[in-house]
Design a protein around this ligand. Sequence first.
Ligand SMILES: [Zn+2]
Length: 470
Amino acid sequence: MIPKELAQKVLAEALKTGADLAEIYVEDVVSLGLGMDDSRLERAVRGADRGAGVRVFFGNLVTYAFTDVLDESSLMNAARAAASAGSGSSKTPIIDLTERKSPLSYPLEKPFETMSIQDKADLLARMDSAARAYNPLITQVSAGYTELRRHMWLYNSEGVQVEDDRFFTEMRAGVVARRNGTLQQIREGFGGRVGLELLDRNDAISKIQEMAESAVRMLDARPCPAGDMAVVMCNGWGGVLFHEACGHQMEADFITKGSSAYAGKIGQQVANPILTAVDDGTIPGRRGSLKFDDDGTPAQRTVLIENGILKEYMWDIVEARRVGRSGSTGNGRRESYRHMPMPRMTNTFIDQGQHDPQEIIESVKKGIYVKSMAGGQADIAKGDFVFNATEAYLIEDGKLTAPVRGATVFGNGPKVLLEIDMIGNDLALDPGMGMCGKGQAARVSVGQPTVRIPIVTVGGTDDSVGGMSA
Ligand SMILES: [Zn+2]
């Protein structure tokens, strides 16, 4: 953090040319990344980065300057640079900064230093041997560990002073099973806004063994049939489809540009009445959880769609100011102090439904059940998507039968949302591995119960798929 008097001085400088709002964002990041590939520790990187950005608002014109030096002259220079877009003048007000506390708490039970780097690397080595020992058909294994502390402070000329000290622990793994010319890759991970208690709550060894089992089972998979059919999507990570193909279009920048299918649709039916969808930045332990967003707005729970009716978009302060909305929904997020915030999802999910997941599968005469999927691709502005299933099964006469390879699901998010006609009572959030890319990287969670899309286009491909982006 920076001393209060310095923050006041920098904000006053930033306001000198007539701005109506100025802000300082300070960040201090430390991280450790370990990566094991083919039984060798290939990566061990300690990272440290700190800096600050000064953002200045002249109505809807927003300017930004940042520095990686936190002394007075660098901060004052950043303030002058950001303010140089202004041509007016204003009396320098006395800014009374008052620290605001969040009622939210994301406790860190086991700090990173309660386990040595060597023990962390040993865990990766044990994951590697456990996957290989599971079956000789497992020919490639990778495992990774990341710990990250991102501490932010924000001061603005409205007197706001907040901080959010964010800790994340993440585990990732990949296994490849190979038999003759057939190859099957599975990549998964788990993590959250938590400390090393993550490793007590999740057994990394049995997780990678389950992945190895899935990869070997999928070697026997037959090619996926192509055509229009029912698709049942798994709970948890299946929610990436909603995130990519619908959620981005509810981010306010796409709305104010008018490029989203949901622009102007508040109060209208955009989904089956059984569907409710939520963005909630306040869930304990989740990757997208915040005390304050990177605009300094308290995190909140926002119902996006309620019983099929579009209720709200996800706002940051820039877009809220653009349309004269009072306050944002706490969705302003930035990758680092080198970036200006933009509207982003936090933890986004389709809410609990009424159906027993077994009943959903039993309702399908011919279709596929997608148990695990890679991120795939979506045109986030239009919602057209292509998702690749890494693990999928045929549904024949209401029963899960053969595993199928290369299942690819095509469609359009807003259209699919109207079509989803069964929603399970098994809401789950993903295991905690989602990284959203929208020009800037952001940790997010996705989730849903089991859902049924009665008719969607399925294709087959033999390309290997991977990736866990959201
Ligand atoms: Zn995304």
